[in-house]
Write a protein that binds this ligand. Structure first.
Ligand SMILES: C[S@@+](CC[C@H](N)C(=O)[O-])C[C@H]1O[C@@H](n2cnc3c(N)ncnc32)[C@H](O)[C@@H]1O
Length: 287
């Protein structure tokens, strides 16, 4: 055992009484094949899964392009990007999907809600270099890299005055830990055509990222008939108890603005990066 490793272990042993553990920061694709043939298998398999979904989905009319060439181009850009550290931001699979969705849906305006280090704004703009891209966060102090041309704003997107710019060819991505029914209704009011949601879980796994209930309801809750029979969701976190009352009328209002909703296919068995795939929502047109 090396000196560094032994010191690290002693620190962790001391910290364990507080329930804390230091872990090494790891990066996606830290282990990467040298063989171009094996790299090609990754691009080929990801492209096949993406093609299958793009062909069968009902959320938007997809522009056709060489998916395998795109996956390769994205992957090479990703390897050089500053977004590979696993520290709370989007990871490889989801970033690839953001680039594929912006490429395939050809939006004129893109909104990224929840900038954090800037990874999602980067991936979305890569797929649609001609689109107007806005990235919103209530705290932009963590941004690692700003993409030239992307407009970064330190505010909630719903407080911005984008007005006339938005419409059926607007793509919006929500990764901001905010109530997803609220986000659906805000997007619908502004005539947005297509929405992507991160962290959309059914009730049980959603409890792990409830943020005290502030991130509820998820789209899964909005779609659930079973949940409409419950009065509240109550759960414990350590010694604390939280309660979230089920407001059926609110869930119904949010469900009414969804025209089509689909979950993306899981690509974690291809990449070894484990993430919950996004929810994509085609919005009903605003009346
Ligand atoms: C998981 S991070 C976003 C990750 C980022 N999209 C990426 O691809 O790496 C969530 C971010 O949402 C931001 N946030 C919290 N409330 C928000 C709000 N009301 N509007 C916009 N962003 C918000 C947080 O400050 C945080 O930076």
């Amino acid at each position: 055992m090396g000196f560094k490793h032994a010191a690290f272990e002693s620190i962790n042993q001391a910290l364990s009484v507080f329930g804390i553990r230091l872990t090494r920061i790891t990066r996606d694709f830290e282990e990467y094949p040298l063989s171009e043939t094996i790299q090609q298998w990754l691009f080929r398999d990801l492209a096949a899964r993406a093609d299958g979904w793009l062909k069968d989905q009902h959320c938007f009319e997809a522009v056709s392009f060489d998916t395998e060439a795109w996956v390769k181009k994205f992957c090479l850009s990703y390897l050089k990007s500053p977004f590979r550290e696993q520290s709370g931001g989007s990871r490889f699979n989801n970033l690839l999907w953001l680039s594929l969705l912006s490429r395939a849906s050809a939006p004129t305006v893109i909104i990224d809600s929840g900038t954090f280090k800037g990874a999602s704004a980067w991936a979305l703009s890569l797929g649609a270099p001609n689109a107007e891209v806005w990235s919103f966060d209530i705290d932009l102090s963590q941004v690692k890299w700003k993409v030239p041309g992307v407009r970064y704003r330190e505010q909630d997107w719903a407080e911005s005055d984008l007005g006339e710019r938005l419409g059926s060819r607007t793509l919006i991505y929500f990764d901001d830990h905010v109530d997803q029914a609220r986000r659906l209704l805000e997007a619908h009011e502004r005539g947005v055509g297509l929405a992507i949601f991160d962290d959309d879980f059914p009730v049980f796994p959603a409890l792990q990222m409830a943020h005290g209930g502030n991130s509820f309801p998820k789209i899964e809750f909005v779609l659930s008939d079973e949940l409409r029979c419950e009065k509240e969701i109550a759960w414990t976190t350590g010694h604390r108890t939280f309660r979230w009352p089920v407001d059926v009328a609110y869930l119904d209002r949010a469900r009414d603005v969804i025209a089509v909703s689909e979950r993306l296919p899981d690509t974690s068995s291809i990449t070894g990066v484990h993430q919950t795939p996004y929810r994509v929502v085609k919005m009903r047109p605003a009346s």
